[in-house]
Design a protein around this ligand. Structure first.
Ligand code: AKG
Ligand code: FE2
Length: 184
């Protein structure tokens, strides 16, 4: 459910599931890219674009490969219409009117291999994250205080991430999560 003007940032659905979405009322605009295009829609640090309609995406310093991306498929979905988004298709969605929709994610025989491969690659990342946490020591401690006990390099990396996000308990937990993505 979302008021006119609300939107969902660019993403791919959880665990590489397929999805359908049915509009009970209202109207949505979908921008959809087939699998493989996402590599042109990531910034130079490898982060997926948040808003593919933002002018930032044309900034070659930030998104060096954007020129290589195809144009998105644009779908206007009206009341009573259902859209199917296959596994691995990235999308961004805007509510053009106050909208209520119901959606559902699932997999089937066509999608299960992709889902399995995705889960395996995520598992490898979890392994890397937990190694970072163990070398950074108190990063695993959610007490809201600073980063101590870690090795110098990881303290520096995690510290700079934390200063960007400052130090309430909540944001410290966010720091832990972000610091986890630092590659060993
Ligand atoms: O309807 C929306 O705003 C986005 C729905 C969607 O893409 C999702 O739930 O994954
Ligand atoms: Fe989605």
């Amino acid at each position: 459910m979302g008021p006119k003007g609300s939107w969902t940032p660019f993403h791919v659905d959880v665990f590489r599931s397929h999805s359908w979405s049915a509009n009970i009322c209202g109207c949505k605009k979908w921008l959809i890219y087939p699998p493989g295009q996402e590599k042109y829609l990531t910034d130079r640090l490898g982060n997926l674009a948040y808003d593919i309609t933002s002018s930032d995406i044309n900034d070659q310093q930030q998104f060096p490969d954007f020129e290589k991306a195809s144009k998105p498929i644009t779908v206007i979905q009206r009341e009573g219409e259902v859209i199917f988004v296959p596994s691995g298709w990235h999308h961004q969605v805007m509510n053009l009117e106050d909208t209520i929709s119901i959606n559902h994610n699932w997999t089937n025989a066509c999608g299960i291999l992709k889902m399995w491969e995705h889960l395996q690659s995520e598992l490898v990342k979890v392994g890397r994250r937990s190694r970072v946490i163990s070398t950074t020591g108190s990063l695993s401690n959610h007490d809201g205080d600073s980063i101590e006990n870690g090795n110098e390099e990881n303290k520096l990396r995690a510290g700079s991430l934390c200063t960007q996000r400052q130090s309430s308990k909540k944001s410290t937990r966010l720091c832990v999560k972000i610091a986890c993505y630092v590659e060993m």
